[in-house]
Design a protein around this ligand. Structure first.
Ligand code: NAI
Length: 287
């Protein structure tokens, strides 16, 4: 698979490149960034690992949109990250125009690609990327609540010994209105599950205040999405929700043709929580 990473010289973008090469999930990667020199440097640094992982992947960097030609997938990590104390929604003014421009240029140079948005606020920007690209909704999607779901499962295992494959998800906005969806044995007390969920909700900000950002867990989540696109499967991405006409974290069906909302029944309480997330994201899109 040929993959473009726009924002590829940044912390998340360059770590995604490294992870894709280590896990042998891409044959060709182009790191596109306004900082062309750094993009080239990151590409070279990753290239130097090839013999150690016995890979023939091609990795290049620069600022040339023409180099995205033939990409099956374009991952967008370009834009400003949060600073300590900032909500993801506060980034929308800065990152909206950046992502809209990238989506339009990607549609021009890689018209058959899938656009995978990571930049925050991810649900709002996935909607803008969809609008600006003119792509069908299934060829535009965002990282959504997949990283939150991975964090939740990691912590449920650590705190309560729950197996990684058990059904515990986070749905809704990748932001303050996210909510947990548990389909676990009744033997786990709800209050303990909710306590772990609340820790997960604030954990990204805790990492940001300690080290200035998050990139290892996001890069692995993104790589797992690339793998699932290749083989088919499900995860909680920012996917187009027909009922609300926008993108939200929901269980999604992935394939090389794109991403669609999966059949998954919500309880009354969960459906109301999804509705609240839709209102938050809808308002942020309109502002
Ligand atoms: P960073 O500042 O390290 O990297 C951003 C990169 O984007 C820089 O290299 C910059 O030169 C580049 N850039 C800026 N404008 C550009 C443009 N118009 N075209 C091409 N490149 C451009 O930031 P970091 O830490 O990599 O985070 C990137 C984004 O990812 C942030 O918005 C952050 O909030 C988001 N993020 C989202 C996650 C999620 O779960 N959805 C998880 C982690 C980060």
């Amino acid at each position: 698979m040929k993959v473009g990473i726009v924002g590829g010289a940044g912390r998340v973008g360059s770590t995604v490149c490294y992870t894709l090469v280590l896990l042998r999930l891409a044959d060709e990667i182009y790191l596109l960034d306004t900082d062309a020199e750094r993009a080239k440097g990151e590409a070279m640094d990753v290239l130097h690992t090839l013999s150690a992982v016995e890979s023939d992947a091609e990795v290049r960097g620069g600022s040339d949109y023409g180099a995205l030609e033939g990409c099956e997938l374009v991952i967008v990590t370009a834009g400003a990250p949060r600073k300590p104390g900032m909500s993801r929604l506060e980034l929308r003014g800065i990152n909206r125009d950046i992502v809209r421009e990238i989506a339009a240029k990607t549609a021009e140079h890689a018209p058959d690609s899938m656009l995978f948005i990571v930049t925050n606020p991810v649900d709002v920007l996935t909607y803008h990327a969809w609008q600006a690209s003119g792509f069908p909704p299934e060829r535009v999607f965002g990282l959504g609540t997949y990283l939150d779901t991975i964090r939740l499962r990691s912590m449920l295992r650590k705190e309560l010994g729950i197996a990684y494959g058990e059904e515990a998800y986070i749905f809704g906005e990748h932001g303050d209105s996210m909510f947990p969806v548990f389909r676990l044995s009744e033997s786990y007390p709800r209050e303990r599950l909710m306590q772990v969920y609340r820790e997960v909700r604030t954990s990204a900000m805790e990492v940001i205040s300690r080290k200035g950002g998050t990139w290892f867990a996001p890069a692995l989540a993104i790589a797992k999405v690339v793998e699932t696109l290749s083989h088919g499967g499900r995860c909680t991405l920012s996917t187009y929700i027909e009922e609300h006409g926008l993108y939200l974290g929901y269980l999604a069906e992935l394939s090389r043709r794109g991403v669609r909302q999966a059949e998954f029944e919500l309880t009354q309480e969960e459906a109301e929580a999804l509705q609240r997330s839709a209102q938050v994201v809808g308002r942020a899109i309109e502002e």
